[in-house]
Design a protein around this ligand. Sequence first.
Ligand code: SF4
Length: 361
Amino acid sequence: MKLEPGSSEWKSARKQGLGSSDMKDLLELKPYGCPRKLVYDKSDIPPDWAFTGNRYTVRGHKLEDVVAREFAEDSGWKLTRAEDQDAIGNAAAKELRESYFWLKSNIDRRITLTDEQRESNDAAIPDGPGVAEIKTVGKTAWERLEREGVMAHTSFADWYYQVQHQLAFTGWEWGMVVACHPDEWQFSQTLILRDEFAINEILKAGSKLWAKVMIQRALPAGEFTTVESMPRLKIKDNRCRSCPWRQKCHGEDWTDFIGGGHEEGMGIFGDDEKWKNLSERYQLWKSVDDEHQENIAEIKTAIKALIGDQRIGAEGAGLKVYWKSQVSKRFDTSRFKKEHPALADGYLKETTTRPLRIYTT
Ligand code: SF4
């Protein structure tokens, strides 16, 4: 039976090994992955802030059935809820799972095709059943998906490896990523074939990481030497900002990074409902904004590549872009202060401002 995400059975099964949703952390895939975080999680080290899911994870879970049904109706393919996860897969896969006992899975759907359906499909689909990995995505991811597809954009590497993980688990030869953009009710399907190289990568990295988890688990409570021996990301990395172990991981550096500890004169609004609501909304829109900024940066890079050596820029199709060299002269304040301190002081004008700085603690 596929376990209900968030249920106690699901939580305890997650601790038994590495599932497909762990691939981004295992292989440090952008934009969210961090192997160190995975060791914290699997070793049962209590997080500084509990992650109880967000609106996106709830959306994905609630819409999974609807998307699977819609895809099945549209394609005529048979999608069934994966039965007993331990029973699923061929004999070779079951043997593999004995050696790689940490290899666990919670497959969304199993796809079964008739010979006719297989033959009439545009791309060649290997024999046997396939796995369906169902995704719901927001506008930014949908735009990337339409523009470049699962196989070309690095932000979908996570999906690719999730399917490869499930193919390792089942021994099957193919999988399908079914993505839905609910706002505009659009769908896409991407066929992913078994990739032995990627599967070996997963098995190698998984065994290494699981050994660390076992050692860390055997340590006395409060001793983090194994996880501490792993590399950590730079503190400014976006992944740390939302990591439930960020304080434990970066220690004092994190306190400094977020502007120091509690200062006198600073209010504490932790229990205030309005404050909580604003905090939640700020974090939600900040993450949306970060994603948009990433998309805009990608578009700018592509525009520059297209303009190439056009000296001034280019225009057309509703855009006018200037990209020309310019020389600017700036007053070197630091040097002036250093060389003429008395004179510089005489020109200092005091103004008072009150900048709003927001940190995710
Ligand atoms: S704080 Fe950053 S480096 Fe540390 S575990 Fe979390 S994501 Fe990884």
